[in-house]
Ligand binder design. Structure first.
Ligand SMILES: Cc1ncc(COP(=O)(O)O)c(C=O)c1O
Length: 406
């Protein structure tokens, strides 16, 4: 085949998009680099000792830990999650309504297998989670986007958008939304919009994908009920994750929803990875069973609140005078910084020269122009001192560009 080896690749391979975040993560490990780029938890809050207690299980249940598990997931952990999530879900979901996955990223892929045919349109928020765009794209999805504001997705724009697309012969299948402390936008969908979205989905016969990896990391205000909890017609699937509340290394997420969709996803999971790791599922269950997860959440929230406040202070001090704007997030991992007239691709490059990594906004957007003058900034991974130093370096990069933000 010589140099033409690429001709064996599938059409999907030909159009797959490498993740700029995961590519950049290779660079940010350089010495002296400050990273505001990834979505990583703080290393200092990992509950290493309490989690490691679970390894005692090797002595009593070692052969189960080392064996294949069921595709549906380790039952005691499913049962724990069904109960633990019930305040948010409005009820305890049945075991046939919950599937454990290898990170919630896998839910995005399984959703693609179960729901998306090439050419189907998924309604997204702009900006949205880059790896959701890429995962759905791998299944041939097309996208339509609606704006976000401080109250989350502007759901009132959906009906005319969908009707217009349907008139053009497009098959619009689903709405994807990150309801709490959105990645990258930081906004949380209001209660009214959650209810309205359920009505819209029912009227227009659409599935809602409610992605919620950040919802339990709330600094201010009260938790809101999930979209799922308002949906009596069963159009909503809800994805959760242990990544931001315990550890991304355990690679455990879950999907709760309509049992037919969950079953279909399970069938695709059978050929994707057979099962998620019984070792991490059983250790995670042991950790949760002892009440450690509930005790640990305030540590995470406390740690990240201090960092959010440190970033807010540094932004006020250094970036407000330059005309940059942002909305203070009430939880989660990110600021979405509006860079005024400054091209955020250029800014991200210059920032890297100053050894501070940020992510430009365009790859997070269905319409890239919606992110040209915005950047995603993570605050959970760095200490408050490092945050101040990183923002100072960012300002140096901006000043060298010699363009006023306004
Ligand atoms: C919105 C969103 N969904 C899903 C994921 C996937 O997370 P994981 O696979 O670690 O559960 C992430 C990770 O950053 C995310 O931000």
């Amino acid at each position: 085949m010589g140099n033409n080896w690429k001709q064996i690749f599938s059409k999907a391979a030909g159009s797959a998009i490498p993740s700029p975040v995961r590519e950049l993560l290779k660079v940010v490990n350089q010495p002296g680099m400050i990273s505001f780029a990834g979505g990583m938890p703080a290393p200092e809050v990992f509950p290493i000792e309490q989690f490691a207690e679970g390894t005692e299980l090797f002595k009593t249940q070692g052969s189960q830990l080392l064996q294949y598990g069921t595709t549906e997931g380790y039952n005691p952990l499913r049962e724990f999650l069904a109960k633990w999530t019930s305040p948010r879900m409005g009820r305890e979901v049945g075991l046939d309504e919950i599937l454990l996955t290898t990170g919630s990223q896998q839910v995005l892929d399984l959703f693609g297998w179960a729901i998306i045919d090439p050419g189907d349109v998924i309604v997204m928020e702009d900006p949205t989670y880059m790896a959701a765009i890429n995962a759905f794209h791998n299944h041939g999805a097309e996208f339509a986007s609606v704006r976000m504001d401080e109250g989350g997705m502007v759901v009132s724009e959906i009906p005319s958008l969908v009707e217009g697309l349907r008139k053009q012969g497009k098959k619009v299948k689903a709405i994807y939304t990150i309801v709490n402390f959105q990645n990258p936008g930081g906004a949380t969908m209001t209660l009214e919009r959650r209810k309205e979205l359920v009505d819209i989905a029912e009227r227009l016969n659409l599935t809602i994908f409610e992605d919620d990896p950040y919802g339990y990391v709330r600094f201010d205000g009260d938790h809101l009920p999930s979209i799922f909890s308002f949906d009596k017609a069963g159009n909503t699937i809800y994805a959760g994750s242990f990544s931001k509340i315990l550890s991304p290394g355990v690679r455990i997420g879950w999907v709760s929803g309509n049992k037919d969709i969950v079953r279909q996803m399970t069938i695709f999971k059978q050929t994707t990875d057979l099962c998620s790791s019984p070792i991490t599922q059983m250790l995670t269950h042991e950790y949760c069973r002892k009440g450690y997860l509930d005790a640990h959440l305030p540590n995470i929230i406390g740690n990240y609140r201090v960092k959010r406040d440190a970033m807010e202070k540094s932004f006020q001090k250094h970036l407000a005078p330059l005309g940059f704007t942002w909305v203070k997030p009430q939880g989660g991992f990110f600021y979405w910084l509006s860079t005024g007239t400054i091209d955020s691709n250029e800014l991200a490059k210059r920032a890297l020269d100053k050894k501070v990594a940020i992510l430009p906004g365009a790859p997070f957007c269905v319409k890239p122009e919606a992110g040209l003058h915005a950047a995603r900034i993570n605050y959970t991974f760095s200490t408050p001192d490092v945050i101040e130093e990183g923002v100072t370096r960012l300002v140096q990069a901006i000043q060298e560009m010699k363009i006023p933000a306004k």
